[in-house]
Design a binder for this molecule. Structure first.
Ligand SMILES: [Zn+2]
Length: 289
């Protein structure tokens, strides 16, 4: 998918990459351990194998909605690994951002809605396996509900799922997250931010997580082909700033992933996906430099 390369280009153009990136972090998922073993913390072993071998049934292929290719396989594993790395970087430096991630429709043994492995659920389980993490909170602000994440983590008391999504949008068989905040089709920037600001600080204070995973979906944008909401660039910048700031004010590390975005104009889409990185970069300078 071209949007990832365009996002990378966009962030370079904005000068958002550190000259000396703090990379790799001192604690990173043991590189000797196969990424597959981490993915198996949240997915069925036979399902993982079926994907690797391009052995999905016709029905499973239809639910995924993407053609299999070696490139798709490589991108899928790389993106999950990237979310894990982002979580490690956040735990070390306070704040980190991934240029992919947010495949929140993937279920335990089923691909859905362009999502094969659920990087958020995998990373939550991975982070919880670290001795310094007792509770992870996932805030999913993609316009679609994080149904796969909610179902995979439904019995994990230490992995809390919060989904802010459009009620009228996919998926139509909604899951039950720990918190579902539903907005109506056509929701304005003002109303969206009012809801977020009403709930987000309270949720952080109530649950005091050791790590937040934030899905900053770009498909809430008014120009998005699948979104149904009315947020503009400025509102997304405010959303991302408010989400991250509330964590940093409480010294809670936050790892950001980009989530969904379906504008036809990919250059424009890369700009909107890059908003979370701009917000994060500014706050990183403000809080840590
Ligand atoms: Zn989405």
């Amino acid at each position: 998918m071209q949007k990832f390369a365009l996002l990378h280009e966009r962030l370079h153009g904005l000068g958002l990459f550190h000259n000396n990136p703090p990379h790799p972090p001192s604690h990173f998922a043991d590189s000797q351990v196969d990424t597959m073993d981490y993915i198996a913390m949240a997915h069925d072993a036979a399902y993982i194998e079926a994907f690797r071998q391009d052995d999905f049934t016709v029905q499973a292929r239809r639910k995924l909605g993407l053609p299999w290719s070696p490139g798709l396989m490589q991108r899928t594993f790389t993106a999950v690994r990237g979310t894990m790395l982002t979580a490690d970087l956040a735990l070390e430096f306070g704040l980190a951002g991934h240029l992919a991630g947010g495949t929140h429709h993937a279920h335990h043994a089923e691909a859905r809605g362009f999502c094969i492995f659920n990087d958020l659920a995998v990373t939550a389980r991975y982070a919880l396996s670290r001795p310094d993490v007792e509770r992870v909170l996932i805030l999913d602000c993609d316009v679609h509900q994080g149904d796969g994440t909610a179902r995979i983590l439904s019995n994990d008391p230490n992995a809390l799922t919060v989904s802010v999504h459009c009620r009228a949008n996919y998926p139509f068989d909604k899951a039950e997250s720990d918190y579902d905040i539903e907005v109506e089709k056509g929701c304005s920037s003002k109303e969206y931010l009012r809801l977020l600001d009403a709930y987000w600080p309270l949720l952080l204070d109530r649950h005091q997580p050791d790590l937040v995973l934030y899905d900053a979906g770009a498909d809430v944008h008014r120009e998005d082909a699948l979104g149904l909401l009315e947020l503009d660039d400025a509102a997304i910048f405010k959303r991302d700033t408010h989400v991250i700031e509330a964590c940093l004010d409480r010294r809670i590390p936050i790892a950001c992933v980009i989530g969904g975005g379906y504008m036809k104009n990919l250059k424009r889409l890369a700009e909107v996906h890059g908003i979370v990185h701009q917000a994060a970069f500014r706050l990183f300078q403000q809080y840590f430099e």
